[in-house]
Design a protein around this ligand. Structure first.
Ligand code: PGA
Length: 241
């Protein structure tokens, strides 16, 4: 595990963007595992800036997103499809056919999960997985549980996740209660994992995830076992360490 401390959110984002950018420069046809949420926004913004300057080319990149809400169409403002297009894909030259997210409106969700796993294996696997961490320790939408779920699955979101996501919706009632997420095995099979974390509200869970017991009750704790795991956090995120 490699830990890098950034002075603030902007420095964390720039460091993360540097690692993603190095990945794409060294392997233009990289498969990037991507994440949504407020944490990676600055990273995407920085990558867009470097793309506009001509420093990075995403034309051969394939993206695999971690998760999507069930019941939200790809055009819904709070869907992760929409988030990714608005905050990243629409501003770079990734090919539309190389962009992948689970379909939260699929009528056969079980099949959608299986198809998503098949798609990930068809790409040859994820080269670099970008992750945030939830205040409950989730990665993707792998919520605290009694067992690690290996593959893509449907998950009921915890109260803490629903509460935390309420900030993006006008009403708590509108926040989806379930999602499709890639599983822990898929995340752990990524060749490299890069976790970014900012803010004081993540400090205790981050400490527990990095140095506590490895347990499905804190899904991010499994990352301690990954052979190429990098964490970049700002000072506040590391304030409990
Ligand atoms: P956040 O979410 O970046 O919005 O804090 C992180 C996560 O839930 O993985």
């Amino acid at each position: 595990m490699r830990i890098y401390k950034a002075a603030n959110y902007n420095e964390m984002s720039r460091m993360a963007a540097n690692i993603l950018s190095a990945q794409v420069i060294l392997k233009p046809a990289s498969v990037l595992g991507l994440a949504t949420g407020s944490t990676p926004l600055g990273t995407y913004k920085q990558l867009i800036e470097w793309y506009e300057k001509g420093d990075i080319d995403f034309s051969e990149v394939t993206s695999i997103n971690l998760d999507e809400y069930i019941g939200l169409s790809s055009t819904h403002e709070q869907s992760y499809h929409h988030f990714m297009h608005e905050n990243f894909f629409d501003h770079i030259n990734i090919k539309p056919g190389n962009i992948h997210l689970p379909d939260g409106t699929a009528t056969d969700l079980e099949k959608e999960c299986k198809d998503y796993d098949a798609l990930i294996s068809d790409t040859g696997g994820i080269d670099l997985q970008l992750l945030g961490i939830g205040t409950d320790g989730h990665i993707g939408f792998n919520e605290p549980s009694d067992a690690f779920e290996p593959l893509t699955h449907v998950v009921n979101l915890t109260d803490s996740t629903i509460k935390s996501n309420t900030r993006f919706f006008t009403d708590e009632e509108d926040v989806p209660k379930s999602a499709i997420t890639v599983g822990i095995k898929t995340i752990m099979q990524a060749k490299k994992i890069l976790m970014i974390v900012n803010g004081k509200n993540k400090a205790d869970i981050l400490k527990e995830a990095l140095y506590g017991c490895i347990t499905p009750a804190l899904p991010a704790s499994i990352l301690q076992l990954h052979p190429d795991f990098t964490v970049i956090g700002d000072e506040e995120a590391f304030s409990s360490l």
